[in-house]
Every structure is written in structure tokens, then in C-alpha cells.
Design a protein around this ligand. Structure first.
Ligand code: FES
Length: 178
């Protein structure tokens, strides 16, 4: 995943601050990774490299911990977060088809973020609305009885919003240029 302008510097500063706070003893690796993720929203590979260098441990060990525990996310959260429920009820009602539809439409796998960082996709355990299965949580909104057509509809809504806000921005810029 490509970093955005200024992001590398921000990562470096945050990691530095966390390392100063926790020290570089190896037993602190997990709390350090947790704190870095709290601050950045994910664990960029650049952060893991920096941690490995400072703690003088092999990079592969830091990656190993980052990938072993599912509390850690290795991709930045998207502007819109799509969580497909894979609890028993949703799975029985075709949750995997819904997940598959999102993966195809967004061209990413679950656990990933689109290159423009608009969407991230993940599977989650039961969100507690089994009667509405299959369920998808889009940002904070619960979508019930989702079908592949509804997947298209959800993404289309965001597409239209994005176009609208782009047009409004263009009009503002035109207006301010006069
Ligand atoms: S299994 Fe999906 S809401 Fe319970």
C-alpha cells in the first residue's frame, strides 16, 4: 500500500514517540505494536521496520507478531469500512456470497483496503442481528438481508456521493477563481 504525502514522516514520529515511552526491550514488543496501531490505525510495514531496527531484532520477528495476532491490522482502514458478518446465521444465509461480491466489486480480498483508501473490507463475527441475516455493517450502519444486488447498490451510493462532492468542490473552486 502506497503511503500518502507526509505519511512516512508522521509514521516515523509516532513510532519514535512510542519507543521512547516503552523502551526497546523485547518483552515490550506487543504493547509497542498495540500503541502504534492505536495511533496510526494500522501497522504500516515502515513502522515495523523502524521498530525492528530500534529494538535490534530481526524484521521477520516483528512481522511474525504483527501477522500472528488478529488484533493487528496491516492495512490502513478505508474511509468507508465494510464489515461482512460471518457468524453462523449469516453464513447459513449466504454471507460468504456477499463477501465474495464485495471482493469482486472492490477488487480486494477481505482484510485489505482499496488502493485509493476509499474502502476496507473485513469479515466479522456475529454482530447480534441474526434475524436480519445476512448482515453487513457499512461504517456504523447495519444493512439487513443483503443480496449481491444490494452490494452493488451500496457501492453505487458511495460512488454517486463521491461524484457529487467532486462536482461541488469543482464549482466552489470555479466560484473562488472568479
Ligand atoms: S450471525 Fe450475523 S448477525 Fe448474527
Amino acid at each position: 500500500m502506497e503511503l500518502q504525502p507526509g505519511e512516512l514522516e508522521m509514521i516515523r514520529n509516532e513510532v519514535e514517540a512510542v519507543l521512547q515511552r516503552y523502551g526497546v526491550e523485547r518483552e515490550n514488543l506487543i504493547p509497542i505494536l498495540q500503541e502504534v496501531q492505536n495511533r496510526l490505525g494500522y501497522l504500516p510495514k515502515e513502522a515495523m521496520q523502524q521498530i525492528a531496527e530500534n529494538m535490534k531484532i530481526p524484521e521477520i520477528d516483528v512481522y511474525g507478531v504483527g501477522t500472528f495476532y488478529n488484533q493487528f491490522r496491516l492495512n490502513p482502514p478505508g474511509k468507508h469500512q465494510i464489515k461482512v458478518c460471518m457468524g453462523t446465521a449469516c453464513h447459513m444465509m449466504g454471507g460468504h456470497i456477499i463477501l465474495d461480491s464485495f471482493e469482486r466489486r472492490l477488487n480486494i480480498k477481505e482484510g485489505e483496503t482499496t488502493p485509493d483508501r476509499e474502502f476496507s473490507l473485513e469479515r466479522v463475527a456475529c454482530v447480534g442481528c441474526c434475524a436480519l441475516a445476512p448482515v453487513v455493517v457499512v461504517d456504523e450502519k447495519v444493512e439487513s438481508k443483503v443480496s449481491p444486488i444490494r452490494v452493488d447498490g451500496i457501492l453505487l451510493t458511495f460512488e454517486i456521493e463521491k461524484q457529487k462532492s467532486g462536482e461541488e468542490k469543482g464549482q466552489e473552486e470555479e466560484g473562488s477563481g472568479q
